[in-house]
Design a protein around this ligand. Structure first.
Ligand SMILES: C[S@@+](CC[C@H](N)C(=O)[O-])C[C@H]1O[C@@H](n2cnc3c(N)ncnc32)[C@H](O)[C@@H]1O
Length: 236
């Protein structure tokens, strides 16, 4: 089991914050931005005007920035150096009136119940010490028509593609990550944490057991990532 105590995770992301965006683009050939766009489009089809979205584990704010095209967004994270980059980017893009940033722990959210129309979390749930505690908090802060969008890495099912992908993900990616960031740990932690993460089916069960009424999974790029969209009432 990986050590996911808060101070370890905070320290790990603080150590790569300066290279985080650059490595995301390099290691995914910018496909990660297409996944964030897909997430925005799926929510855009469902949310009304004047909606407010909480983007959890917002990091350097890439998803928050994408979502600010359709709603007011609060980006929340507990790693200060990551948030600082998010604030700088939103100022550079003149989005200060669309995005607020807040420092907070996803396991104990500093927000009132039923405050948000949607909660999003991209590549963040995997890092929580207790997935279910985090999901319960997300459920709590959503209003009773709210949506939860979890964008997370997954492991492709097609055998050949899966083998090729796992070779890249476990052998090549950690080396490039270590070389560029100057840190060995975080980019070995990445594939290890993906392997530990629940399957699409197990995550769906967890979401339903917390109280979500419907869960739809959208595999992306052949299953390298999955968007899990859950709603507090039937989507219809
Ligand atoms: C892999 S980054 C993802 C950042 C961003 N969502 C993206 O799409 O690039 C994971 C982020 O989750 C944050 N994080 C992990 N555990 C957290 C927790 N318990 N509470 C708040 N933020 C957390 C980390 O600080 C880090 O910024």
């Amino acid at each position: 089991m990986l050590d996911k105590r808060s101070h370890q995770i905070q320290r790990m992301f603080a150590s790569v914050a300066h290279r985080y965006d650059f490595l995301n683009r390099l290691l995914s050939l910018s496909i990660d931005q297409l996944w964030r766009r897909f997430t925005r489009r799926k929510l855009d089809q469902r949310l009304g005007s004047g909606s407010v979205i909480l983007d959890l584990c917002t990091g350097t704010g890439d998803l928050a920035i994408e979502l600010s095209r359709i709603a007011a967004v609060i980006g929340c994270d507990f790693c200060h150096p990551m948030l600082v980059r998010g604030v700088e980017k939103s100022l550079r893009k003149d989005l200060a009136n669309r995005i607020e940033f807040a420092e907070g722990d996803a396991l104990q959210l500093p927000f009132a119940s039923a405050r948000f129309d949607a909660v999003t979390i991209a590549f963040g749930l995997r890092n929580l010490e207790h997935y279910e505690t985090g999901i319960r908090e997300m459920y709590r802060v959503l209003n009773d028509t709210g949506y939860l969008a979890i964008l997370e890495f997954s492991i492709p099912k097609w055998p050949v593609y899966r083998q090729l992908y796992l070779f890249y993900f476990t052998k090549i990616l950690p080396r490039i990550g270590a070389l560029v960031s100057g840190k060995d740990g975080p980019y070995s932690y990445l594939p290890a944490s993906v392997k530990e993460f629940p399957s699409v089916e197990a995550l769906k069960e967890m979401l339903l057991s917390v109280g979500f009424k419907e869960v739809v999974a959208y595999p992306l790029t052949g299953g390298i990532a999955t968007l899990h969209l859950a709603s507090k009432r039937r989507m219809g």
